[in-house]
Ligand binder design. Structure first.
Ligand code: HSE
Length: 295
């Protein structure tokens, strides 16, 4: 009647796949303990790591759990303990990890009445509380693992994209906060046709590269001509970081979700570690605190 789960951090957008593409990190994530209790409803009983609301309908994990709970007809409830490791506002899917963790855990305790797509539908409600809009590009990889493509939101359709062996991500997180809602507000409403053509050519090629483990193609596809020019201005030393990462051998680099974290994809663990070191060297010369993960 009790389950402990790990809910992973995720990288959304992956350069050319704004709002549809994402991948999951295996080395960073939150933990939750969920237990079935007699008292009806969703009760958040413990939160560690960051200061977040205990009131279920004000908490991302609580809102998604409530959406699921209200779809059930049960005469018991659930307690949730949240051990939050992913800093809210860091750009690696902190709210998605919360939103997915609670519904995944409850579903396991109930013997899996819902499939992963249905669980993601509930999680979208929690994610919307945090980012003020419904998108699933962090939720889908947190729920399914690996790379995912959100084919459509209504109806929700998620595709699992294969992850080539020997592909590693390096994530650098400068300790500044960028709110997703603000990073969305600065984006233009319209896109020039020539940029759209470049972007969908790159995105299709990225998907093909992932399917065929074609690292050269992945490398040539990891570009974002639509969103990066606006959002990169919010991230200190972004151009230097990207240049250093590519120089150190990264296949490509981009903003993780809405930032401020920056991700790179790399062939091989050694390259991923070299990239981490070269980026560290840049922020180490500044007064910005940062941390780095290789996954
Ligand atoms: N696709 C979303 C964005 C992810 O870039 O705004 C934010 O978490």
């Amino acid at each position: 009647n009790e389950i402990k789960i790990f809910s992973p951090a995720t990288v959304a957008n992956v350069a050319c796949g704004f709002d549809v593409m994402g991948f999951c990190l295996d080395s960073v994530g939150d933990e939750m303990v969920i237990r079935k209790v007699e008292k009806k409803g969703i009760h958040i009983t413990h939160i560690e790591g960051f200061d977040l609301p205990y009131q279920a309908d004000e908490n991302v994990a609580g809102v998604s759990a409530l959406a699921m709970y209200n779809a059930l007809d049960v005469d018991f409830g659930f307690e949730i303990e949240i051990y939050k490791n992913i800093k809210p506002g860091s750009g690696i899917g902190s709210s998605a990890a919360s939103a997915v963790g609670s519904v995944f855990g409850i579903n396991e305790l109930l013997g899996r009445p819902f499939n992963k797509t249905q669980l993601t539908e509930f999680a979208i409600k929690g994610e919307a509380l945090a980012s003020k809009c419904e998108h699933a590009d962090n939720l889908a990889p947190a729920m399914f693992g690996g790379f995912t493509l959100v084919k459509s939101l209504d109806p929700l359709e998620i595709l699992e994209i294969p992850c080539p062996e020997n592909l590693y991500a390096t994530i650098i997180h400068p300790q500044i906060e960028i709110k997703t809602s603000e990073a969305r507000a600065i984006l233009p409403k319209d896109v020039a046709l020539n940029n759209a053509i470049t972007q969908w050519a790159n995105f299709g090629s990225l998907i093909h590269g992932l399917h065929t483990s074609n690292f050269g193609l992945i490398q040539r596809s990891l570009n974002d001509v639509i969103v990066e020019p606006y959002r990169s201005q919010l991230i200190p030393y972004y151009d230097e970081v990207k240049k250093a990462a590519l120089h150190a051998g990264a296949l490509g680099a981009g903003i993780s979700g809405s930032g401020p974290s920056v991700f790179t994809l790399n062939e091989g663990l050694e390259t991923a570690n070299n990239v981490a070191e070269s980026i560290k060297a840049i922020y180490a010369k500044t007064d910005i605190d940062f941390d780095v993960h290789v996954s």
